[in-house]
Design a protein around this ligand. Structure first.
Ligand code: B12
Ligand code: SF4
Length: 426
């Protein structure tokens, strides 16, 4: 039996090729597939789908922004008589929609559900939906199938997930809805075994917040030290509030953290329930993390009810002043399943239902203090200003940072790449 797993991309973006990371979710689904099945992964980020390749079953993953393309792909296969199973974030949030375009939908994590799909398919009795009865344990997980992806075409395939779920419930975020409020951690020994199985010394830990349980994070960082890896991840800003944690992160090879700063307004943080950021000035925390040699890439949300053009452009000035190594000015996006969607829907403020515009760049709702057009222009201007040459120079070269370190040079290369994208409209 031949199984084809597909990662859709809504439009060809060749510039992205060498900056893509390998698709971990599909590498897990492949690893969960019984060994008698011949499984391949086709990732549209780096290759073209051959719809006429003979396959028995197709699995498609999708975030919201890619879902229209995912449905298109499903249609092509179904036209050829091939059964299609959909899974991942968007189909899990809206299974009733996804089943209109597929033969079965896996709601939630594949562990605990995928075996039933395969067994039922083999018996010719696919059900419409599948899901694991309980949240899968992260002990003794299978190792993602890195051997079947075209590893050399990615920036890296050393992607590891060490935790799932998030104890916080920020109103705009899908993570808690999908992976749950309980913070599940893989045993540190399992993670280290996976680290040891990798080639190369650079790792991306794609956890949503690698240190939501500081005791466990310290254990992980201590165990990483002897392996002398360089790594990046995502964390909450309270990394700065625990000196031991911060020192261990740096010592274990942390080069940079992607941190959701979201807003410098305490009132806005309150309305989006970003409790972990409240009550501490972000600037002190950022400085402290940077002083430990860890680069900070910040994420901000544009379009909160307290935002206007001036406050947003002040955010950009601030991000430059704080010498963030990079910044993302995401437009608030009411993804399905989030409480911000419920709120904006209730207030009749959603103006766009086309999922492909739900990409964190396009304005799909009516902001409170601006027109949608003004918010759109401000978000574009913010990127252009932040990635302008004067800003890049100011953020990377100071008297204290001379001569530039290898880390600074990586950050510089990342900024020059990001700069090329600032002229592109969504
Ligand atoms: C890495 C990542 C990316 C990478 C993806 C690269 C790659 N090759 O994977 C990049 C940087 C490209 C990216 C981009 C974006 N992302 Co993103 N991303 C993530 C992140 C942090 C991790 C994804 C991951 O690997 N998870 C781990 C794997 C194991 O989980 P998984 O993919 O869900 O797979 C499991 C199940 O879903 C299931 N499954 C998945 N697919 C399938 C398919 C089948 C057939 C089956 C049976 C099962 C199944 O099985 C897997 C094992 O259990 C998630 C957050 C998260 N926790 O998932 C956000 C997340 C998916 N991203 C999100 C968003 C919003 C975006 C962007 C719009 C903007 C942004 N914030 O950058 C863009 C969208 C892209 C676009 N074209 O516009 C949202 C999605 C919201 C939504 N409703 O779509 C998330 C959830 C973050 C959040 N805070 O809400 N992202
Ligand atoms: S934004 Fe970050 S802290 Fe908030 S719920 Fe999502 S993953 Fe958790």
């Amino acid at each position: 039996m031949k199984l084809e797993l597909i990662v859709p991309v809504k439009r060809k973006q060749n510039w992205k090729r060498n900056y893509q990371i390998a698709p971990l979710g599909m590498m897990y689904v492949a690893a969960l597939t019984p060994p008698d099945i011949d499984v391949t992964i086709t990732d549209e980020n780096i290759e073209t789908i051959d719809f006429d390749k003979p396959v028995d079953l197709v699995g498609i993953t999708s975030m919201t922004a890619e879902i229209n393309r995912a449905y298109e792909i499903a249609g092509e296969y179904r036209k050829r008589g091939v059964k299609v199973v959909m899974g991942g974030i968007h189909p899990s949030l809206l299974p009733d929609e996804a089943i209109q375009h597929s033969d079965a939908v896996v709601v939630g994590e594949a562990e605990g559900a995928w075996h039933d799909v395969i067994n039922d398919f083999k018996k010719g009795r696919l059900k419409k939906t599948y899901s694991s009865e309980t949240r899968p344990s992260l002990e003794n997980m299978v190792l993602p199938r890195r051997d079947i992806i075209k590893g050399k075409r990615y920036l890296t395939s050393n992607i590891i997930q060490t935790t799932r779920g998030c104890p916080f419930s920020c109103t705009f975020c899908t993570v808690t809805k999908f992976f749950g409020n309980a913070y599940r951690c893989r045993p540190v020994a399992d993670v280290i075994r996976e680290v040891e199985s990798l080639d190369g010394d650079f790792i991306v830990f794609i956890d949503d917040n690698i240190l939501a349980n500081p005791k466990r994070a310290k254990e992980l960082f201590r165990a990483l030290i002897p392996h002398k890896k360089k790594w990046v991840s995502q964390s909450s800003i309270n990394l700065a509030r625990d000196d031991e944690l911060l020192k261990l992160a740096a010592k274990s090879g942390c080069m940079g953290m992607f941190i959701g700063i979201e807003s410098f307004s305490q009132e806005s943080l309150r309305t989006i329930k970003k409790s972990v950021n409240q009550g501490f000035p972000a600037q002190d925390s950022i400085k402290k993390i940077q002083d430990h040699g860890i680069l900070v890439e910040g994420a901000f949300i544009f379009g909160l009810d307290g935002d206007n053009r001036d406050t947003l452009m002040r955010t950009v000035d601030f991000a430059v002043k704080m010498r963030l190594s990079a910044a993302n000015f995401f437009v608030l996006t009411p993804f399905p399943g989030t409480s911000v969607r419920e709120q904006l829907e209730g207030e009749g403020r959603i103006i766009e239902q086309n999922w492909s515009r739900y990409n964190n760049f396009t304005v799909v709702f009516k902001p409170k203090q601006m027109s949608p057009e003004e918010l759109q222009e401000t978000a574009i201007l913010a990127k252009q200003q932040f990635f302008s040459y004067p800003s890049i120079i100011k953020r990377h070269f100071t008297k204290n940072h001379f001569p530039p370190t290898k880390k600074t040079m990586y950050s510089l290369a990342w900024n020059l790449f990001r700069r090329r994208l600032t002229t592109k409209r969504p």
